[in-house]
Design a protein around this ligand. Structure first.
Ligand code: KIV
Length: 279
């Protein structure tokens, strides 16, 4: 067993304490079997609304519903024993008012058993972050590129290349941290900006496309493991070829079925013992 493998459940407080310390390891998970495999290797599992693309074949995250997040979130929270489980509030479930956000977050917490919710948005969402945290809902923030606002802010480009844009992202991160977020995802921002934000906010920063200057890192598991191969953003490093492994297995199975090599006698019922054991 490697020294990095976890032996106790990470709480939101454990994540907060890691500010400035050993990097916080995070991955996404949407299903029980994947959560079971990842659980002991990470500090935090995010049930991200990226499941819209990864699991449901959508073009983006806007079609993801609260019921989808709750179904997948409950599967992950039920399975994870060591990682802190955080669930995204999807588009449309929290923006209208702090009260609407609380109603959605309360359902997510009560119906899944997760530790916290994540919401996208900066200064404009600070009041909501405060409203939730003051009512006992731990919140992870998400600034920089915010996929739920992709139509409003113009595409998936890197944020913070101009001074004014960098100042905006900094202000967003500060506002969300001061409002009580226990951690903040920084998505697709330039490295100097990620380092500045990480140095100036109290909450640990979790980067995705945001350089090693963050307190932790997150990737979409299916990107990291080579399962989702439609496109690979520059910030992804592939650590496996799950799509290739699954294709190889399917090819071998199909050939065996077509050539009547599967099922063999050992997979059948009511055949003489000698045939089943290959004697
Ligand atoms: O939805 C998601 O998976 C996310 C991560 C990419 C941070 O928000």
């Amino acid at each position: 067993m490697s020294a990095s493998i976890h032996t106790h459940r990470s709480s939101v407080r454990d994540i907060v304490k890691r500010k400035g310390g050993a990097p916080i390891v995070c991955l996404t998970a949407y299903t029980a079997p994947v959560a079971k495999i990842l659980d002991r290797h990470v500090d935090l599992l995010l049930v991200g609304d990226s499941l819209g693309m990864v699991i449901y074949g959508m073009d983006g995250t806007l079609g993801v519903t609260l019921d989808m997040m709750i179904a997948h979130g409950a599967a992950v929270a039920r399975t994870a024993r060591r990682a802190c489980v955080v669930i995204d509030l999807p588009f449309g479930s929290y923006e209208a008012s702090p009260e609407a956000a609380f109603a959605s977050a309360a359902r997510v917490l009560a119906e899944t058993g997760c530790a916290a919710v994540k919401i996208e948005g900066g200064a404009g969402m600070a009041e909501t972050v405060r409203f939730l945290t003051e009512r006992g809902v731990p919140v992870m923030g998400h600034v920089g590129l915010q996929p739920q606002s992709v139509h409003a802010v113009g595409g998936f480009r890197v944020r913070g290349r101009t001074e004014s844009e960098a100042a905006g992202v900094r202000a967003d991160a500060r506002a969300v941290s001061e409002a009580g977020a226990f951690a903040i995802v920084l998505e697709n921002i330039v490295e100097p900006l990620a380092r500045t934000i990480t140095n100036e906010v109290a909450a640990p920063t979790i980067g995705i496309g945001a350089s090693p200057g963050c307190d932790g890192q997150i990737l979409v598991t299916d990107d990291m493991a080579g399962m989702f191969t439609e496109f690979t953003p520059r910030f992804v490093k592939r650590y496996g070829d799950l799509a290739g492994a699954l294709a190889d297995a399917a090819r071998a199975y199909a050939e065996d079925v077509r050539k009547r090599r599967f099922p063999g006698p050992e997979h059948c019922f009511g055949v003489p013992k000698a045939a089943a054991s290959g004697e």
